[in-house]
Design a protein around this ligand. Structure first.
Ligand SMILES: [Zn+2]
Length: 476
């Protein structure tokens, strides 16, 4: 099946030439020059039926102990069965001996467009993340958006992240959202594009017309359900500004009329006031995800639970921008929650192992109690609980027959890991790294195998990064 976003080289070139003299949005105009010619021509064919044999399997279903010497069978993109010595007929066999197989990790909050700016901010006045990205964000062209999004997507998949919830808040025009969607479509990642404002610091209204247009034509963008749409929402800078608040309510209501999920930041100096505004304004609903909420008050978390809303914690970035200490114990009462990268640029990478480990170490150190973290729960936060927190728990997050085959394999035979663990959850939190992820599948499509990302033209991508960086540097 093909749709209008599938790109051929011919379409790409014609798109480019038309774009030169027009403000029309040309599907495919921002895509990679060579790496996405077409599904049939360049993507490595994943087998329809394949099975990982004899692995240690963490299904992440509640109450399910790790399985040893188990098989995970995939048919037509979904988990067919998990168990010992499955009879899988003529399926392609993948040796899982010495490997841990678990669900792909779910990054519940990201800002993927920023990725190529990773080396452009530091930890001193004048080089800090917020001012630098604000300034450079204004100079983003659609092609810069494309490479930022694509780079994060590939980095995440390489690290074993199979889903990202992408808060797209440098939405400078229809061409930019088009570029973001094309980048996500060109990657194997499962993603939700949360459609946001033109800049993370403006109080201007989100382009609701474009959002409506995307929603109405979503089948063209959805990549057979791999991509979905939501709203990247913000409260006004001044919470007492009634006009700004009315505009924000309009955005919220418009998204809800389209049944779109919504994410909102609760962070910065007035984060308690922001949380209170969400409560007072009746904005807490099951489809709302609150991001950060550092140091949230108990009554605020109780209100979140009562409304069925969810929370995203991003410990590495919360610490880097000095929001305060993110302690898992503080948020224990929150029923729906997940972990997030919050910008590969700011977090440093798309490594969710590192995020689990960082969260664990923060809690252990602050509590002065080695037993204060539950490693199985940490892996669940990065998989099942994260998926449930963004409303995708029916499709992903556990290795359950019928669900999407979004899964990863960690090779414990690699020299840095050394042995098949008897404590696989702690091992996953403290020892595993993206380099140990030998296989990644999204919806049954194998995107990494033998430790190598498939379907990426590294040279081509590197030159696009260089071009974007030199443009951005000129504006620094
Ligand atoms: Zn964020």
């Amino acid at each position: 099946m093909r749709d209008s976003l599938t790109i051929t080289r011919r379409k790409l070139l014609s798109g480019m030439s038309v774009l030169a003299g027009s403000s029309l949005i040309i599907p495919g105009a921002y895509a990679s020059d060579t790496s996405t010619e077409s599904d049939e021509e360049t993507e490595s064919e994943s087998p329809r039926r394949w099975c990982i044999k004899n692995a240690t399997v963490l299904t992440m279903e509640p109450g399910q102990a790790p399985l040893t010497k188990a098989d995970v069978w995939v048919v037509d993109g979904r988990i067919e069965a998990v168990g010992e010595s499955l009879d899988t007929g003529d399926s392609e066999m993948i040796d899982g001996e010495g490997c841990i197989v678990m669900p792909g990790m779910v990054d519940t909050h990201n800002h993927m467009w920023q990725t190529q700016m990773r080396g452009m901010f530091g930890q001193r006045e004048g080089s800090l993340f917020f001012p630098v990205t604000k300034e450079l964000g204004e100079h983003f062209r659609p092609g810069d958006t494309w490479i930022g999004e694509y780079l994060a997507a590939m980095e995440n998949v390489n690290a074993g992240v199979t889903t990202s919830n992408d808060f797209f808040d440098n939405n400078r025009g229809p061409e930019h959202s088009q570029a973001a969607l094309e980048a996500l479509a060109a990657s194997p990642l499962r993603a939700r594009l949360l459609f946001g404002n033109e800049s993370k610091t403006t109080d201007g209204q989100i382009d609701l017309e474009r959002l409506t247009e995307l929603h109405e034509n979503w089948e063209r963008y959805a990549e057979r359900g791999r991509l979905s749409l939501g709203l990247a929402w913000r409260l006004p800078e001044n919470l007492d500004n009634q006009d700004a608040m009315a505009m924000k309510r309009r955005e919220f209501d418009t998204a809800r009329e389209m049944n779109l999920p919504i994410a909102v930041h609760v962070s910065g100096e007035n984060h308690h006031g922001m949380f209170q505004t969400l409560i007072d304004g009746d904005f807490l609903i099951p489809e709302l995800q609150v991001v950060h909420a550092t140091d949230a008050r108990e009554e605020h978390m109780d209100a979140l639970n009562e409304a069925g809303a969810s929370l995203a914690l991003t410990p590495i970035t919360e610490h880097r921008v000095a929001y305060g200490l993110t302690r898992l114990s503080h948020f224990e009462r929150v029923e729906r929650q997940g972990l997030g990268i919050d910008g590969n640029a700011l977090a440093g990478s798309g490594d969710m192992f590192e995020i689990m480990k960082h969260a664990a170490l923060t809690e252990i150190a602050a509590s002065e109690d080695e037993t204060s973290v539950d490693c199985e729960r940490l892996v669940a936060l990065a998989t099942r609980l994260g998926a449930e927190s963004i409303g995708m728990g029916d499709e992903i997050g556990t290795l359950t027959p019928g669900k999407q085959a979004d899964l990863i394999m960690i090779d414990t035979k690699r020299i840095n890991l050394g042995m098949l663990p008897t404590e696989p959850y702690a091992f996953t939190v403290f020892a595993a790294t993206p380099a140990d992820v030998s296989l990644v599948a999204v919806g049954g499509r194998i995107a990494k195998r033998g430790g190598k990302l498939l379907d990426m033209d590294e040279e081509q991508i590197a030159s696009r990064i260089d071009a974007s960086l030199s443009h951005l540097r000129d504006n620094l």
